[in-house]
Design a protein around this ligand. Structure first.
Ligand code: UDP
Length: 253
C-alpha cells in the first residue's frame, strides 16, 4: 500500500515535495510549469508533469538496474513519484558529451564539438547568485561537500552518463548534456535525486539532430510537448505504460 500524502514541504520551479505518513518517504509531484533563465521566463504546458514523471521514472529504473543508488521507489501514478527522503546537496552536476548551450557562450568550443572525455561541471544551485560555476576548493570552503564526497559524485556521474548515453543511443537519441542533483540519505550515503527529463537534459535525434528538449521553450519555438512525448514514446516500452494503465502516449495528451 502507498503511504498517505501529507503536507507540502518544498516547492521548486517545476516540482513539489510532500511529506508522507512514513518519515523516510516523500512524494514528488511533477507540475506543468516550465521556466528558463533563472525563472524569468515561465509558462505552463498541459500534461508536462505527466510526461516528465514517466520519463524520469524510466531513467531511474534503468539506473537502478545498473546498480546506481537513486531516491526513486516507484511512480504511484503519472505525475506522482514515491521517493526516499534525501537531504539535497545544492550542486547542479552537469555532464557534457557534446558542446552546447552556456558552454559555447563561456568558452571557445565549437558548436556540436565532441567532448571526449566528457566534461563534468558543478554549479552552485543558488538563484540569488545565478548558479555560478564552482571548483572543488570553493565547494569545500562553502561546506557543500568534502573532497571524498566530490570524488564519489564524479565517479557516480561518469557511470550514470555511460549507462544513459548507451541506453539513449539504442533509442536513436543523442545525449549532449544533462544536469543531475544528489542528496544524502539518512545513512549518509550519496544518492541520486531530483529528475532526469527533457527539462534537465539535452536530447537530439541521432539521425536528424531534431531537438527533443526544453531548448525549444528557451528559444521560443513551438512543439515543446510534441518533443517531450516523442522522448517518452521512444524510451518507454509497452509494459512500462501498462503499469500505469496508459494505452498509448499520444492519446494521453
Ligand atoms: N540545466 C538544468 N538546470 C539549470 C541549468 C542547466 O537542468 O539550471 C541543464 C540543461 O537542461 C542542459 C545542461 O544542464 O541539459 C547544461 O545546461 P547549460 O549550462 O548549457 O545551460 P543552458 O544553456 O541550459 O542555460
Amino acid at each position: 500500500m502507498n503511504p498517505k500524502m501529507g503536507n507540502l514541504i518544498y516547492a521548486g520551479k517545476a516540482k513539489d515535495v510532500y511529506e508522507t505518513d512514513d518519515p523516510e518517504l516523500v512524494i514528488v509531484k511533477f507540475r506543468d510549469d516550465i521556466t528558463a533563465g533563472d525563472g524569468v521566463k515561465t509558462e505552463n504546458f498541459v500534461k508536462k508533469g505527466f510526461y516528465n514523471s514517466i520519463i524520469s521514472s524510466k531513467f531511474f529504473e534503468v539506473l537502478e538496474e545498473a546498480e546506481i543508488k537513486t531516491q526513486y521507489i516507484k511512480l504511484i501514478k503519472p505525475g506522482y513519484m514515491l521517493c526516499k527522503k534525501l537531504e539535497m546537496i545544492p550542486l547542479e552536476v552537469i555532464t557534457r558529451n557534446i558542446a552546447a548551450g552556456s558552454l559555447l557562450k563561456k568558452f571557445p568550443f565549437k558548436t556540436k564539438q565532441e567532448l571526449n572525455p566528457p566534461i563534468i561541471q558543478m554549479d552552485y544551485k543558488n538563484d540569488e547568485y545565478h548558479d555560478p560555476m564552482l571548483n572543488d576548493s570553493i565547494t569545500i570552503a562553502l561546506d557543500l561537500a568534502n573532497q571524498e564526497q566530490l570524488d564519489m559524485i564524479r565517479d557516480i556521474t561518469i557511470k550514470i552518463n555511460n549507462v544513459l548515453k548507451d541506453f539513449l543511443l539504442g533509442k536513436n537519441i543523442l545525449f549532449p548534456d544533462f544536469k543531475i542533483e544528489y542528496g544524502f540519505d539518512n545513512h549518509g550515503n550519496i544518492v541520486l535525486g531530483d529528475e532526469i527529463s527533457p527539462d534537465t537534459c539535452r536530447f537530439w535525434d541521432s539521425k536528424t539532430s531534431e531537438v527533443l528538449d526544453k531548448d525549444l521553450f528557451r528559444k521560443g519555438e513551438s512543439g515543446v510537448m510534441d518533443a517531450y512525448i516523442k522522448v517518452a514514446s521512444r524510451i518507454l516500452a509497452k509494459e512500462d505504460l501498462k503499469k500505469w494503465n496508459i494505452e498509448n502516449l499520444e492519446s494521453e495528451f
